[in-house]
Design a protein around this ligand. Structure first.
Ligand code: SF4
Ligand code: SF4
Length: 442
């Protein structure tokens, strides 16, 4: 039943760097820096003070409203609660923990038997998912319990996103190959919560080994169906994946639930399994550390709060990086301070050399229209770029700037090398700042 997405591009996927690198546990750092802002919504308020001892999995921050708690990823002593650089390019309040390397588990971490899990209601499961601090782990970091509670009674289709279309990243690919059962159990929990019989997994055809593993794991079951998609970027974006699998189109400014869909990343499903069965909050995640100048590209299981510097040191690089990105080269955010910590949404750190430097003498639109053909959101990037220079929020809204998913397809195809996505990001920021009552999604 797979459909094709509109627009899109075919960048070199560069998965070969790490697709055969099994996930390796990263040695626990001496210091972890845990931001109170790791998700879309209200930041957490710290629940611990300087000098306090904390245990692995202990809740150290929480808030009300659109928020999920954060937890200590190591045991040790809180050295500071202070503002620190954040991978979003801003600063955030962080709890800094000095690791005592005892890995002492919090009593809050309590596993459940399959019988106990079976007896849990939808609301109880949603509560467990919230308390475990689970967010969308594909990068968006939207609180999963909110997606679930707002989808109750509205969603008729669960889609599990294993497309991982961004170049270089293989974290989900490795997860599929190594822990398919955990993902499938997570999907069954989601099905139970939403009261649905069937769920779909969307995966691109450039991951033959993962497809084989999943096929084997679901062979006798009819409740989880695999949709193998032709590789195209940005098919892993939520709205594009819905279109590719169901043919439904999420309306401008709308949410997936508007067309009866809920999309969950594969790593999120595994985190749900860990939370429900093992009682483990989200304190570690797989990070692909790769790039064209990396000496030993790897997939690492990293405690949340580990600095990018330590990850760079672990893989080595053959020249001074031109760019270090949180995420991949299409949607990733350039980092200016490598002391920033990994957070729940950090699926990759991509380290690129100077060969990727693209110098444009005089960036000027030549009106070729390539950006329009490439845009999967049916937008007109060339007009959006023009609207930005008027400085008028009205003009920006008129060209639907807030519908931009920042996929980078337009910039990738633009022969003039215009900084389209960067400009759109700042334009969206401007809209949010100046017109808080206007559409603020995206
Ligand atoms: S305008 Fe936005 S959504 Fe369209 S291609 Fe460019 S970055 Fe992607
Ligand atoms: S691709 Fe670049 S040069 Fe071509 S129309 Fe779009 S902005 Fe202009």
């Amino acid at each position: 039943m797979a459909f094709s997405i509109f627009g899109g591009v075919h960048p070199k996927d560069n998965k070969w760097y790490t697709e055969n690198c099994p996930v390796v546990e990263f040695p626990e750092p001496d210091i972890v820096v845990i931001p109170m802002s790791q998700h879309i919504g209200a930041p957490c308020n710290p629940l611990v003070k300087k000098g306090e001892r904390v245990l692995v999995g202990q809740k150290i921050g929480d808030n009300t409203g659109l928020c999920v708690p954060v937890h200590a990823s190591v045991s040790g002593v809180v050295k500071a609660v202070e503002m620190r650089p954040h991978s979003s390019g801003t600063t955030a309040l962080c709890v800094v923990i000095e690791n005592d390397h005892l890995q002492e588990l919090s009593p809050e971490v309590r596993p459940r038997t399959p019988q106990q899990v079976e007896a849990l209601t939808s609301q109880e499961l949603i509560g467990i998912i919230r308390e475990a601090g689970i967010v969308g782990m594909g990068g968006a970091a939207f609180p999963t319990h909110v997606k679930l509670s707002s989808g109750l009674g509205k969603v008729d289709t669960i889609i599990v996103n294993l497309a991982e279309c961004e170049p270089f990243i293989t974290a989900d690919d490795r997860l599929c190959k190594e822990k398919p059962w955990d993902i499938l159990e997570g999907i069954r929990i989601l099905k139970k919560i939403l009261g649905l019989e069937v769920a779909y997994i969307g995966i691109e055809n450039n991951k033959p080994e993962a497809i084989k593993t999943l096929k084997r794991a679901i062979s006798s079951k009819k409740d989880i169906r695999l949709e193998i998609l032709r590789t195209k970027y940005p098919q892993g974006a939520e709205k594009q994946l819905i279109q590719a699998i169901t043919g439904r189109q999420v309306p401008s400014g709308g949410l997936p639930a508007a067309v009866g869909c809920a999309v969950f990343n594969g790593a999120t499903c595994k985190a749900i399994y860990d939370a429900v069965y093992k009682g483990l909050p989200l304190i570690r995640r797989i990070v692909t550390v790769s790039g064209d100048i990396v000496m030993e590209p790897r997939n690492l299981l990293v405690p949340i709060g580990t600095s990018f510097n330590e990850l760079l040191e672990a893989v080595g690089h053959s020249e001074n990086p031109y760019k270090v990105l949180s995420g991949g080269p299409m949607m990733g955010a350039s980092q200016y301070d490598l002391s920033v910590p990994t957070i729940k949404g950090t699926n990759a750190v991509t380290i690129l050399g100077h060969a990727n430097r693209y110098v444009v003498e005089q960036a000027k639109c030549i009106r070729c229209g390539k950006c329009i053909d490439a845009c999967p959101m049916h937008l007109m990037p060339v007009l959006m770029y023009k609207a930005l220079y008027t400085g008028s929020v009205e003009e920006m809204n008129a060209v639907h700037l807030m519908d931009c998913i920042e996929c980078g397809c337009c910039a990738y195809t633009c022969p003039a090398g215009l900084p389209l996505v960067l400009s759109f990001r700042s334009g969206k920021h401007q809209i949010r700042e100046t017109a808080p009552a206007a559409k603020t999604k995206g």
